[in-house]
Ligand binder design. Structure first.
Ligand code: GRF
Length: 208
């Protein structure tokens, strides 16, 4: 059984997709051990509570330094003894110690087809604003392992989504969530839970 901890900062629609996937059997062999947010008002924490999943808020605002926050965050994660950490819209920089300790055991969902529109400053709506500004015709989402960089780890799954005439950033964000994020994140977790993802150099191999 794969024990996962999901880290969130906002509405938690990706968390909800994972919860629903475990419930309806799309995600097998997996247990959500806990949810951790840096934002006490994150609706994602409410979703955890509604589904009887332990939720924690570890906020940088509650600690006198980033170093102490980083220590407390890693302690909280370790407390769940996860096999896999899932970053689902988590907007705080992951402490290097945590990235090193969970190498190839921490994944992230990014709302673009990496390597487009990713890296520092590309998160949430900003990603979709940049895509519309550039005038691309296809966008999408990526699930990747987290390494020491920003959105630079080995790619696990990607799914493309069409841009439509007149799209606003909000409309495009929603379509990318519905048609890509909420599909590939649960699928990536299920593949990992069943030992079907192998990392070689900087790429992954998926055994269907
Ligand atoms: C989504 O836009 C996702 O692509 C990005 O952060 C946002 C999280 O949304 N990683 P939610 O909290 O899962 O609804």
């Amino acid at each position: 059984m794969l024990k996962i901890v999901v880290m969130v900062s906002g509405g938690g629609t990706n968390l909800q997709a994972i919860i629903d996937g475990v419930k309806d059997g799309k995600i097998t062999n997996t247990e959500i051990a806990g949810v951790i947010s840096n934002n006490r008002n994150a609706y994602a924490l409410k979703r955890a509570e509604e589904n009887k999943i332990p939720g924690l808020c570890i906020s940088p605002k509650d600690y006198e330094s980033r170093e102490i926050f980083n220590e407390k965050l890693l302690e909280a994660v370790d407390g769940f003894a996860p096999d896999l950490i899932v970053l689902a819209g988590f907007l705080v920089v992951i402490p290097p110690e945590m990235t090193a300790k969970y190498k190839n055991r921490m994944i992230n969902i990014h709302p673009s087809l990496i390597p487009s529109f990713c890296g520092k400053g590309f998160y949430g709506l900003k990603v979709h604003e940049a895509a519309l500004e550039r005038g691309v015709k296809v966008v999408g989402a990526t699930v990747h392992f987290v390494d020491e960089g920003t959105d630079t780890g080995p790619i696990i799954l990607q799914k493309a989504v069409e841009v439509q005439q007149g799209d606003t950033p909000e409309v495009l964000q929603r379509r990318v969530m519905e048609q890509a994020e909420w599909i590939i994140l649960p699928r990536a977790i299920d593949l990992i839970a069943n030992g079907k993802v192998r990392v070689e150099d900087h790429r992954t191999w998926i055994e269907e």
